[in-house]
Write a protein that binds this ligand. Structure first.
Ligand code: FES
Length: 113
């Protein structure tokens, strides 16, 4: 297993339970849920918009049309409120969204790549 260091865990989670990092030019949502770290592809499967905000507990909600995802599994738990007819930033997104193992090592967060 190969891990990539993505941040200083103590600094990142002082004031928030989530943040966005990047792996291979894609946004990755990293969240701390009940003391454990999770990482998930941050591109919505509906029309490809970025899941940059709206994180509550283990759920991330797409700001575009309300699709909601379980950060711990990548599964979509709430469907989008409209049907797509135009793609956004990314194509070919499927559910569950890809999730990544996260570990904390000497105060740094690392994501399995
Ligand atoms: S792009 Fe996310 S719900 Fe539409």
């Amino acid at each position: 297993m190969t891990y990539q260091r993505v941040g200083i865990s103590t600094k990142i989670f002082e004031k928030t339970n989530h943040y966005i990092t990047w792996l291979n030019s894609r946004p990755i949502l990293v969240a701390k849920v009940e003391g454990k770290y999770y990482a998930m592809d941050a591109v919505c499967s509906h029309m490809g918009c970025a899941l940059l905000e709206n994180v509550s507990g283990k759920y991330a909600e797409c700001p575009a049309h309300g699709a909601k995802y379980d950060i711990t599994t990548g599964e979509r738990v709430t469907e989008a409120m409209i049907k797509p007819d135009v793609k956004c930033e990314y194509d070919n997104n499927t559910v569950p969204l890809k999730t990544f193992r996260v570990k904390e090592s000497n105060g740094f967060l690392e994501i399995e790549i």
